[in-house]
Each structure stands twice: as C-alpha cells, then as structure tokens.
Design a protein around this ligand. Structure first.
Ligand code: ADP
Length: 663
C-alpha cells in the first residue's frame, strides 16, 4: 500500500470515529430526553446528580451536527443544518451559563420537563451546571467554526474541543476516584457522570471531524512526528487505570499506601520506557522509509534528467532540485528561489507567454503542460518541457505549485527538422501535381489537332488513299485516341484527392446511382447486373466519391469472364466509428501477389487486345480513399472474382437514421 493510500485510509478511520461518537452522543441525549419526558429522571434527581433536559437536548444537537459535518464533502444543506443545531447548543449553553453566573431565572430550564425542588447538585430545578453549560457554548462555537471554509477555523475549533475535553475529563476523573471536588464543588458546578462522559466523547468527536486540518494535521501526519504522536494515546489512559487500581487496592486493604504508590510508579516507569522505545523504533522506521523514498525519487529523477520544483505561492519561495538547476545551466544551490528569478531564466521571446501561462494556472488550478526556451548563463538556448500541478486552499486560492521539467532541445530539433521536411514534401508534391496537370492539359491541344487533321485527311482524300495509307491513318487515329485516354487519366490522377474540392455530407446511395447511370451503356452492352446494400451518408467530396465508385464498378463489369454475365454488388458494414465498403464482382479475379501492386499508376495485368485501359483507375481510387482518411485493398473471392474494400471514417448516425427510415 502506498503511503498516500495509508494516510487516506487513516483519515477515513478518524472521520468514521467522529461519526460513531456523534451518533452515540445523540442516542445518549435522546435516551435521557425520553427518560425526562416519561418522568423517570425527575424522581432519580432526588437521589443522584442527573443529566438535565437542556443538557440532553444539547447532546442531541451537537451529536447530530458532528454527524452532518463529518462527511468530507459536506454539502451546503448539511452545513446549514449543522450550523442551526450548533446555534441551538450555543444559545442553551450561554443562557444557562448566564443564569448560573448571575442567579437570574430565564425560565429556560424547565421548558421540556420539570424537576422536583431540591434535586441533588442543581442550583435551580432542572438547570445544568457551569461545566456543562460552558461546554455546550464552546461546542456550539466550535461547530460554527468547523462549518466555515476559513483556513484558521479548524485549528481554533479544535482548541475549543480540547477545552471541552479538559472540563469533562476533570469530572470523569473525579467520578473514577470518588473525588467529589472534581465534579461538584458547589451546586452550580455539579455535573452528572453520564453528562461528563458524553461531553468527553463530544470533545473527542469534534477533534476527529477534520482530521487533516488544524492541530489534528500533526496527529494524522505521515511524517515521524505524526507516527510518534499516534503511539501516545494508550499511555494517557494508563495513569487513570493505575490510579484507580491503586485506590481500589488500598480501599480493599490489599496493600498499604506506600506499596500502592511504589507499584504505580514502577508500572508508570515500565510503561513509559516501553512506549518511548516503541515510539523511537516507529520513528526510526518511518524516517528510514522517508529517506529511502526520497533517495529513490532523487536517483530516478537524476537518471531520467528530470528536475522538480515546489513553489510556495504565498511566500514566493520556489524550491528547485539540483537537477532542475542543472537543466537551466545553473550550479547546484545557485537559483534565487523566487518567481522573478524563474522568469528571468526564460528566453525573452517566450517570457511574456510563460508568465501568462503561470498566472492562468494559478487562477484555473489543475495540471498544466507547457514548453518554452530558457537561456543558460553561457547564452545557450535550450528547450524545456514542464508539467505542473497547482494546489489550492479551501477558499480556492493557489497556495502551492509542484512540477517537473526536462530538457527537450534534441526532441524539438528533430521535430522542427521533421516539420520542415513535411512542409517541403507537401510543397514539392503540390508542384509535381500541378506540373502533371499542366503537362497533360497542354498535351491535349496538339493531340486534338492531330486527330482533327487525320479526320479531315480521311474526309478529303478518303477515296484517293490506297489500302496501306488508310491503315496508317487508322493506326494514327487509334494511337491518338489511346494517348487522349492516357492524358484524361493523368489529369484525373493529378486532380484526385485534391483538398481544394469541398467536403460535405454525401449520400453514398445517390453517388452509386450516378456512377451506375454514367456506366449504363457498358452495363447494358454485356447484360451486367449491379446491386447494392443500403448505403450510409458520409462526409466527403461528391465528385471524387462518384469517380471512386465509377472506377470500381466499371472494372467489375470490364474484367468479366467469357460467357458469364457480370454481377457487381456494393456492400457496406461498420468499421469502428466509420464504414467499410465493398465492391464485389464475379469476374476473372486477381492473383494475390498483385493485390498491392495494382494500386500503383500504369500497372496492368493484361494487354490492350484482351482488356482496354490505361492502368490509372485504381491509382485514382487509392488517392481518393486516402484523401478521405481511409484505406483500400483487394481480397480474393471464393468461386472466382474479386472484392475491393475501402474504409471511410464517418458519420455513423446518419446511416442508422437512414436505415431506420427505410426499414
Ligand atoms: P485499367 O482498368 O484501366 O487497366 P485500373 O487501374 O483500373 O486500370 O486497373 C489496373 C489493373 O488491375 C487492370 O488492368 C486489371 O488487370 C486489374 N483489375 C482491376 N480491377 C479488376 C477487377 N475487378 N477484376 C480483375 N482485375 C482487375
């Protein structure tokens, strides 16, 4: 278990203690109230000192308030309810104290139940004494302080709780040893033992409400001081027990006063020695663990080249580890430990932005990551990457910023080189595409002229040409036509995937229908059938997606088997957040070793005599799919044919809605 887990568990245990005590005190108070309302207590008051009704009511109020405030995340209404209960307890306590000190009768003692005159230890019928009334006043104030979110409040509230513990402990010790002067000197100082016991619990409960704050922070601390302090509570009970044993022994004549005192002293010495030894062992173990942890942290930071800092924002004291100083090119111990000194080390061009980042972090809190340049004393410029966490007090003000930094100059250099290379690549790619486009575009014009003049020559001297000349003209026309196809293909390839074209929501069903309509002549000629699943709407470029489906469907129709009517099916399924489309045919199929190769431009498996084409169509498909953020590949198909699949990252919802509508 990590130390932080252990201390969280300890805090939970302390708060659970407060809750248990709160309920216990509430039940004791409620029990006594019931006894008063049934008349039982009024009778008992003649023979013993009793808990008064207002004291019982006070216990219920304070007990419930402890339970309400104990929750670590006590919300607004819990705090408000606790404050109301605290005010009732404080008013009860202060008015009764006033009655006791002045002798006035404010008629508050017998509101709930009356007591016979002359009840034991009561200055006036059913009036609680000075110790109890003072304790309720203190408890009320203490609870009000706990319910405020002010930094000093918990410590103050805990001092008041300690005062309640002391007052009630006095009475408890008195009862334990039969020392009447401890629990009742005059009638207004008398306190019943259940009241004294409950008030002692109540004081302890108040101490446990906020175990991580104020005085209790020392008790629950993880450091050796906290460890030592937590060993002592048993020793506080021991003297009480020994004193009681000694008195009982003497009363029963088991031993005389001298022997009793000697025995007590002996036990106290042994107990102190044992506790001191065990305490020192625990402290040594805990500080050894701390040193170990610190050493391990230091070594790992050193190995990783990580420097750490801890900035006390209020005092503007900025502690830096020697590694952090080294990262800034400073000698160990030479950093001046203020925010100003920190900012002075930052590169002048980054300083303003860095200062703003620090200010924003102090306001917004949480974790912050940033990178900036620092200037070493030798004028060298280094990049530093930091990650900090800002801690705030209960009022939300930033009190501490803790973080780590490491030098990333080399990484930044590589990153910058990479970015430059990417920029250059993109530029040369754009230039190449433009070059191909311009070349292809300019080639079209002379070609058109060649074809035109061949046509004119045919028309003008068609009858005069002999068989050989006519064949030459045919060849020129075929070559020119093929060249035209190639130029159109190259132009398409150069334009495919261009980011200049707009992106919109495109219905793939519409797109496929347009592609099929464009191919209707070829489809009709060979009696092909083209079918499709319901298709989604995706985000993309309409013209390019139409081109993509056009190329794949036309290949499915073109590369058919002799005597088999082509069947092309377009399917679609889910691919994470996007879609995977398939264009499947029953044609000649593609050997697996060519699956990847065919997406390169001008790659063909057949001669022009067998299947006409340019070898550009699939390269265009690949460019379009990649421009849409997807990938394309070929799969074999059982029973012949091939399957082209491609993905499109997409707007899945629109498809589901579409399918639902169709369904
Ligand atoms: P083209 O169809 O103009 O030849 P493509 O780039 O579209 O150019 O296709 C490249 C090659 O891939 C084709 O020549 C053909 O050999 C093969 N191919 C493409 N689609 C199919 C298909 N559906 N069935 C069989 N082979 C195909």
């Amino acid at each position: 278990m990590y130390p932080s887990d252990r201390s969280a568990q300890r805090l939970r245990r302390f708060r659970a203690g407060a809750r248990v005590i709160g309920w216990l005190v509430t039940f004791i108070g409620a029990g006594h109230l019931t006894a008063w309302l049934t008349g039982y207590m009024a009778e008992r008051g003649l023979s013993s000192i009793t808990m008064k009704t207002n004291a019982a009511l006070g216990l219920v109020c304070v007990g419930l308030a402890i339970v309400l405030l104990e929750a670590a995340d006590a919300g607004r209404w819990r705090r408000r309810a606790a404050q109301a209960l605290a005010v009732i307890a404080a008013v009860l306590g202060s008015l009764t104290l006033l009655e006791n000190l002045t002798g006035w009768n404010l008629y508050i003692d017998e509101i709930l139940a009356s007591e016979h005159q002359g009840a034991l230890g009561a200055s006036s019928a059913n009036r609680m004494g000075i110790p109890a009334s003072t304790s309720f006043l203190l408890a009320g104030i203490s609870l009000l302080l706990f319910s405020r979110a002010k930094p000093r409040s918990p410590a103050l509230a805990q001092w008041l709780a300690l005062a309640i513990c002391l007052i009630s402990l006095l009475a408890c010790v008195g009862y334990l040893y039969g020392a009447q002067s401890f629990y009742a000197v005059t009638r207004i100082t008398a306190i019943a033992w259940p009241t004294a016991g409950s008030l002692l619990g109540l004081g302890l409960g108040l101490l446990l409400i906020r175990p991580a704050e104020g005085l209790m922070a020392q008790v629950t601390a993880d450091d050796p001081g906290g460890v030592a302090l937590r060993r002592w509570p048993p020793l506080l009970v021991l003297p009480l027990l020994l004193g009681w044993l000694r008195l009982s022994g003497e009363r029963h004549g088991w031993f005389d006063a001298a022997t009793g005192t000697a025995l007590v002293m002996l036990c106290v010495i042994v107990a102190f020695a044992v506790v001191a030894f065990r305490g020192s062992l625990a402290v040594s173990r805990s500080s050894a663990a701390l040193v170990d942890r610190e050493e391990r942290l230091r070594l790992s930071q050193e190995a990783a080249g990580i420097g750490a800092f801890d900035w006390n924002v209020r005092r503007d004291f900025n502690f830096w580890t020697p590694e952090l100083e080294a990262i800034h090119g400073l000698a160990a111990g030479s950093f001046r430990q203020t925010r100003r000194a920190w900012e002075d080390l930052i590169h002048p061009d980054d300083r303003e932005a860095a200062a703003r980042k620090i200010d924003e972090a102090l306001v917004a809190g949480g974790t912050v990551e940033c990178e900036w340049r620092v200037v070493w004393p030798d004028a060298g410029v280094h990049w530093i990457s930091s990650r900090w966490r800002v801690f705030r007090d209960s009022s939300g003000a930033a009190v501490r910023m803790v973080g780590v930094s490491l030098e990333v100059t080399e990484r930044r250099r590589i990153q910058e080189a990479l970015e430059t290379t990417i920029r250059n690549l993109e530029r040369s790619n754009r230039e190449l595409e433009q070059f191909a486009y311009i070349c292809a575009h300019d080639l079209q014009e002379p070609l058109r002229q060649v074809l035109l003049f061949v046509q004119l020559l045919r028309e003008d001297c068609g009858g005069d040409l002999d068989g050989e000349a006519a064949e030459y003209l045919d060849r020129i026309q075929q070559g020119g036509q093929r060249m035209n196809d190639l130029i159109v293909g190259v132009l398409q390839y150069a334009r495919a995937g261009s980011s200049d074209d707009g992106c919109e929501l495109v219905s793939c069903e519409e797109v496929v229908e347009n592609a099929v309509a464009n191919l209707s002549a070829a489809i009709g000629d060979c009696g092909a059938s083209v079918t499709r699943d319901p298709l989604p709407t995706v985000k993309g470029n309409r013209t390019q997606l139409t081109q993509l489906f056009h190329n794949l469907i036309s290949n499915g129709v073109k590369f058919r088997r002799d005597g088999v009517a082509p069947q092309v099916h377009i399917g679609c399924g889910r691919d994470g957040d996007g879609w995977v489309f398939s264009v499947e045919d029953n044609g000649i199929g593609i050997p697996a070793e060519y699956h990847a190769k065919l997406f390169r431009i001008f790659q063909r498996l057949h001669g022009q005599e067998a299947y006409q084409g340019t070898g550009i169509g699939l390269a265009v498909c690949k460019k379009i799919v990649e421009a849409h953020g997807g990938r394309i590949w070929i799969e074999g198909r059982v029973g012949g044919g091939s399957v082209f699949r491609f993905t499109v990252p997409g707007v899945r919802r629109s498809f589901e809605e579409g399918v639902e509508k169709r369904g």
